[in-house]
Ligand binder design. Sequence first.
Ligand code: GDP
Ligand code: ZN
Length: 463
Amino acid sequence: MSTTSEFDTIAAVATPPGEGGISIIRISGERTFEIVAPLFKGKSLADVASHTINYGHIIDPETGSEVDEVMASVMRAPKTYTREDVVEINCHGGLMATNQILQLILSQGARLAEPGEFTKRAFLNGRIDLSQAEAVMDLIRAKTDRSMKVALNQLDGNLSRLIKHLRQDILEVLAQVEVNIDYPEYDDVETMTTKLLLEKAQEVQASITQLLKTAKQGKVLRDGLATAIVGRPNVGKSSLLNELLHEDKAIVTDVAGTTRDVIEEYVNVGGVPLKLVDTAGIHKTDDTVEKIGVERSKKAIAAADLVVLVLNASEPLTSEDRQLLTDMADEKRIIILNKTDLPLQLDLGELQQLAGDTKIIQTSILQNKGVDQLEAEISHLFFDVGIETGRGNVMVTNARHIGLLNQASQALDDVMNGIAAGMPVDLVQIDMTRCWNLLGEITGDSYQDELLDQLFSQFCVGK
Ligand code: GDP
Ligand code: ZN
């Protein structure tokens, strides 16, 4: 049973583009060894043991000249990522050499891999299912350890196992319906089948509801929590950002409004990836202090899942502070009372009243006090139910899966409503089958080619 025969041999640079200490070129397919042979000076890779790393040189077969000193990993089908013969060439000659080696491989008859094509082959060759392939993509993009764990869990096949189990249950009840249709003369069979259908629909519905409950946190882990840090100029917003980044990415100055920021989009806070909204807006671009705020902050607040308002404890509350406190009244929010190392000028009583039940965290970013508490609070706000990402604990993170689960749930509603309305079993069966198909789309057990192309094209080349 060959797994490789239908596919041509593909190659691509598997490491991220740009200058690095080492680049890896991955080749996969039936003709891998044939293609590499004339290019590799060293042991014959076709003859070395599988899963070994082999020292040698890449040469240009036309001129015989050495292109780079390399290590070649040899992995023979089927125990490889794609289930095909794979050679990975680790070279260290920088961008030029990497591209030159890739060109040589292509000139020997390999085809340049499309984005995600290696993973697509792993799927098509049956090594992983669709939700696992999507987990690979999530892993590549994972922003924190926590999001990584969720993706690994999915890659492990936990979501797939649960879905497959649900589909099996549905299939059994559908088989029962078939029996009923074949022997319609027995009244009690119809009653029994209806009862069974209803029970199964409820059972599967409960599992789906449970899964969908994890979707909101899953989405945060996957896409990041849109966070706006707002406050008047000079209260300490960029100092806070620096602290969260644990490195000096933003430049802090003493003069209000002179700060320039070049900062990353994501900050990892207690395992929660914060996606910072409108960081440019953290600083006013002109000198009119009162003007910056309100318009721009309003937009940032509207776009955010979490608003962090920074106030200066060493000054009385201003009308702008009060305005911001009102603007963000409906949002998930945290108030930072900064500069507590200086004499307190702010009316705490008034702040407490304006803040309602919003948590107020006192900080002195200058003295590195209170930032831990902020990190704990953010983590708590989003994970107070205590997510477990260990084995067997499944979380849905993927918008496509969430969409399909919602549709499957709708199909089950139709089943239950149909039964309640006294519809004949063979009609109810149609909705149950629809649910079965929709769940199958999650794992790729019922997939369409366009879906595959669309999914895998989101990968980077070389994966
Ligand atoms: P932003 O304009 O809100 O981003 O404020 P910055 O982060 O640029 O800080 C403005 C000034 O306040 C800088 O000189 C910071 O060093 C200073 N600063 C920030 N946090 C504290 C603090 O907790 N205590 C004191 N005394 N100064 C602080
Ligand atoms: Zn600043």
